[in-house]
Design a protein around this ligand. Structure first.
Ligand code: AQP
Length: 346
């Protein structure tokens, strides 16, 4: 047995999360995930952040675009404040243990569990027969991404809550089926004022990379003028801003803009409304544009600078993958051993 691997229910705290390199990073990814990744980076806690390129190919990706998006995402991670000396930054495909553990989890998870996933239903739409098998199995790979590191905490946006619950179900069933206490029951960390950033065009839809309307989102590569213009044109209602959060109920577009302001300004919604209650959107939108440009423009400038030297980005990713494999490899070996595979754990 591999003694280096923790097998008790008191797991050392460790953070893992990932983002797909499937297009431009947007404000939703930043506030729901990336900013939270940076907040959790600390000298006391091991943090692993991944460009999940294997998830990205569950829907068609042009190979050249995937390469560019993976490097750009890494540049975005660093520009937003992740430090390769403090956090392990890598792309998923360079750590084959993710796919290897995912196969074991494909044999633990049940078809019915996957069929209930709202992301599967949304992304496959009415044409499920034509969707990739990878898209269906996506949550088992996500469980492997997390559990291959025995990660105990996963910062994500609200939309990933169901996948995190499935990760917990897979860990529980594996532990139960094999009579072990091997995989931790991971906690989702869904915190902050903007855990679900909505589209600027429709307050009932989440801001997303795949929305055909560029005006629906702020991309992390947008310049200051574009950011200000998109905020100016964001859908709102005719009323002014309330002084208390309950005044935002039934007003999804207004609530979205206030949430974004609060998250960018590192304030609570109540603090923001205490300041801006009574103002019209014609006054509030320029305030929001100012804080958005102040926070986002330096990130996009730094991303562009980092992208001038992609060999340095590739070096950071290769080094991160090496560090990640040092953690993943003994956990995979022990998993194989538990499952009964001959030759494992040697
Ligand atoms: N609108 C959002 N608000 C808050 N958090 C969000 N996240 C995504 N959209 C929002 C969080 O970003 C992290 C990485 O997401 P992802 O790229 O891996 O996958 P996604 O959720 O599928 O992102 P998109 O933009 O919605 O992509 P498409 O359009 O391809 O579906 C996750 O933590 C997610 O919660």
């Amino acid at each position: 047995m591999n003694e280096a691997v923790q097998t008790s229910s008191t797991f050392t705290p460790r953070v893992f999360s990932g983002i797909q390199p499937s297009g431009n990073l947007h404000l939703g990814n930043y506030l729901g995930a990336l900013k939270r990744f940076v907040d959790m980076q600390s000298d006391e806690l091991q943090t692993l952040y991944c460009m999940v390129d294997m998830h990205a190919i569950t829907v068609w990706q042009n190979p050249a675009d995937l390469q560019q998006a993976t490097r750009e995402l890494c540049a975005g991670f660093i520009a937003a404040g992740l430090d390769p000396a403090k956090s392990i930054l890598f792309n998923q495909s360079q750590v084959p243990e993710h796919a290897q553990l995912a196969w074991v989890f494909n044999c633990v998870a049940r078809m019915g569990w996957m069929q209930r996933m709202t992301q599967w239903k949304d992304k496959a739409g009415k044409n499920q027969q034509n969707a990739s098998l990878g898209l269906f199995a996506y949550p088992a790979l996500m469980a492997a991404d997390i559990l291959i590191y025995h990660a105990t905490q996963v910062p994500v946006g609200e939309d990933q809550k169901q996948h995190l619950e499935l990760t917990r179900d897979i860990a529980t069933k594996f532990n139960h089926d094999y009579g072990v206490d091997f995989f931790p029951i991971t906690e989702p960390v869904i915190e902050g004022a903007a855990t679900r950033v909505m589209s600027f065009r429709d307050g009932s839809k989440k801001m997303s990379k795949s929305d055909p309307s560029d005006a629906s989102r702020i991309n992390m590569t947008d310049d200051a003028d574009t950011i200000a213009k998109k905020i100016r044109k964001a859908k709102t209602d005719p009323d002014g801003l309330p002084s208390e959060a309950k005044g935002l109920e039934e007003r999804p577009e207004a609530r979205n803009l206030v949430n974004i302001y609060a998250a960018l300004a590192d304030k609570t919604v109540d603090q923001v409304l205490a300041d801006v209650g009574g103002k019209q959107f014609s006054e509030f939108k320029p305030m929001l544009a100012d804080v958005a440009v102040e926070k986002l423009a330096p990130i996009s400038t730094e991303m562009a600078r980092l992208m001038q030297d992609t060999s340095e980005i590739d070096r950071i990713l290769a080094h991160g993958a090496q560090q990640a494999r040092e953690i993943a490899s003994p956990i995979l070996a022990r998993t194989y051993e538990i499952v009964g595979m001959v030759g494992a754990g040697k």
